[in-house]
Design a protein around this ligand. Structure first.
Ligand code: PMT
Length: 415
C-alpha cells in the first residue's frame, strides 16, 4: 500500500519545537512527511532541523531562490493526503478563515484538496478572543478538523486553555482521520510478535443479579493493544468488563470472570510470543454463586464465603515456553515498588509495571498513568503521561528484553 503522505505546516508559536516529535511519530507510523513553515516559525526553529530529519527541502517561501520548485504551493498541496498544522497560531487560523494567501503555507491551504487538521496553541486570552473563535467556527464549517488545545500552564506563565494537545494524541487523531488502520500506517519494530493481553476488570457472580468487580476501564490494556498493532504486532486481547471500545485491528476474546479469563488465556497462550497481564483480575470470588437472586427478606447481614480465583499470570509464567516474555502489572497503594518486585520474583516475570492506583492521574479509568517499570536488572520511572504514550514505553522495554530472549521461531511466524 502506498505510504500516507502528510504535509506538516509549522507556524510561529513557542510550541513549534513539538512539531519535530509529531513528525517523528508520523514517520514511525509509516507516513511520509513533507514540511512547510511560516517565516515566523523559522524564528523558533531552524528549517534545517526538519530538512535533516526528512531529507527534503523545507519550504518557507515560494519565491526563495533556494526553492527548487517555483510552483511548490501547487505541487506540495496536490501531493499530500493530509495537511496538518502543528502548532497553529491565531494568525494562520485567521488567514485560512479569510482566504488570505500571502505566504507559502496560506497559499498551500487554498490550493489543497486534501483534508486539513489544525492543532492550535496560543495564549488563553488569544484563544478565547471572539475573533479567534469566529475564525475557528468558520473553518469548522468549511470542514477543517481541529485537535483542541488543552488547559495547563502556558509558556507565558498564564494558566488556561491554549496548550498544544499531547503530540501522541495529535498523531492518533491524524491517523484516525485518514481512516488508516494502525496496522497499515504503523511502524514495524514489533512485527513478528504475537502479543496476548488481558484487559479490564473481572466480574465474580454472587447471584444472577449481583457481582463483585473493580474500577478497571480497560484503557491501559487497550492502549497497549493499540500501540502494539501500530508497531506491526499481531494482538489478541482477552477482555473482562470494560467501559471503552477496543482499538482497530485487534482480536478480542471475552473473559468476564477470572475463571473465564483464565480459560481464554490458556487457549490463546500457545501462539503468543509475549503475554501482558494488564487486567484487574479478582483474587477471590464467591465460593458458591447462587442460581437464583438472593432474597434480602429477614436478613440484616449477608456473609459471603470467598474462594481464591486461578492466578492467570502465575500459570502463564509456569507454562512459559521458549522465547515467551511474561509481563505483569502491580496495582498497589503503598510500598509500590517493593510489592511489585516481590511479585516479579515470586511469579518469575520478565517485567512488572508497578502503578500506585491512589496517585492523582494514575490507575483506574484515568487517561493518564504513573508507573515504575521493573525488570530483574533495572528500574525506570514513567512519570505522568497518557496511557497511550506509556504503552509505547512499555513496548520499548519489551523490545529491550527481546534482545536477550529471541522469540521462538515457530511461534513468531518466522518459520
Ligand atoms: O483498566 P484501567 O482503568 O486503565 O486501569 C489500569 C489498571 C490500574 C487496571 C492497570 O494499570 C493495572 O494495574 N492492572 C493490574 C491490576 C491488578 O490486578 O494488579 P494486581 O497487583 O492485583 O495483580 C498483579 C498481576 O497479576 C496483574 O498483572 C494481574 O493482571 C495479574 N493477576 C492477578 C490476579 C489473578 N487472579 N490473575 C492475574 O493474572
Amino acid at each position: 500500500m502506498a505510504k500516507i503522505r502528510i504535509g506538516l505546516g509549522v507556524t510561529g508559536g513557542i510550541a513549534a519545537y513539538k512539531a519535530i516529535e509529531v513528525m517523528r511519530l508520523l514517520q514511525k507510523s509509516g507516513c511520509e512527511v513533507s514540511v512547510a513553515m511560516t517565516r515566523h516559525a523559522t524564528e523558533f526553529i531552524q528549517p534545517l532541523t526538519f530538512r535533516a530529519l526528512t531529507d527534503k527541502h523545507v519550504i518557507v517561501d515560494d519565491y526563495d531562490p533556494a526553492n527548487p520548485d517555483p510552483i511548490a504551493h501547487i505541487n506540495f498541496s496536490q501531493e499530500i493526503d493530509l495537511l496538518l498544522i502543528v502548532p497553529a497560531t491565531a494568525n494562520i487560523i485567521a488567514k485560512f478563515a479569510s482566504g488570505i494567501a500571502d505566504d507559502f503555507l496560506s497559499s498551500t491551504y487554498l490550493a489543497s484538496t486534501a483534508p486539513v487538521m489544525i492543532a492550535p496553541a496560543m495564549n488563553v486570552t488569544m484563544w478565547e478572543q471572539a475573533a479567534t473563535q469566529r475564525n475557528i467556527e468558520r473553518l469548522k464549517a468549511d470542514g477543517v478538523h481541529f485537535v483542541e488545545p488543552v488547559a495547563g500552564e502556558l509558556a507565558c506563565k498564564t494558566v488556561g486553555t491554549g496548550k498544544l494537545e499531547d503530540v501522541e494524541n495529535i498523531v492518533d487523531q491524524a491517523l484516525k482521520l485518514l481512516a488508516v488502520p494502525p496496522a497499515v500506517a504503523g511502524g514495524t519494530d514489533m512485527s513478528g510478535e504475537q502479543i496476548l493481553i488481558t484487559v479490564g476488570g473481572t466480574r465474580e457472580a454472587i447471584d444472577p443479579v449481583r457481582f463483585i468487580s473493580n474500577h478497571s476501564s480497560g484503557k491501559m490494556g487497550f492502549a497497549l493493544a493499540e500501540a502494539a498493532v501500530a508497531r506491526g504486532a499481531e494482538v489478541t486481547v482477552v477482555a473482562g468488563a470494560v467501559s471503552v471500545e477496543p482499538p482497530e485491528g485487534v482480536k478480542v476474546v471475552s473473559g468476564i470472570s477470572a475463571q473465564e479469563m483464565f480459560d481464554a488465556v490458556m487457549t490463546e497462550l500457545p501462539d503468543a510470543t509475549v503475554f501482558i497481564g494488564a487486567a484487574a483480575v479478582a483474587d477471590y470470588a464467591p465460593a458458591d454463586a447462587a442460581d437464583a437472586k438472593i432474597k434480602k427478606e429477614g436478613r440484616e447481614t449477608m456473609t459471603l464465603e470467598l474462594k481464591k480465583t486461578p492466578d492467570i499470570l502465575s500459570e502463564v509464567s509456569e507454562r512459559r515456553t521458549e522465547g515467551q516474555l511474561v509481563v505483569g502489572f502491580a496495582a498497589e497503594t503503598n510500598d509500590v515498588v517493593g510489592y511489585a518486585r516481590s511479585k516479579m520474583e515470586k511469579k518469575g516475570l520478565d517485567l512488572v509495571i508497578a502503578n500506585d492506583i491512589t496517585a492523582k492521574g494514575a490507575g483506574f479509568n484515568s487517561d493518564t498513568n504513573i508507573a515504575t517499570m521493573i525488570t530483574r536488572s533495572s528500574e525506570s520511572e514513567l512519570p505522568l503521561m497518557s496511557k497511550r504514550k506509556m504503552a509505547d514505553k512499555i513496548l520499548d522495554e519489551i523490545l529491550n528484553l527481546r534482545k536477550a530472549v529471541p522469540a521462538n521461531a515457530a511461534r513468531s511466524g518466522n518459520s
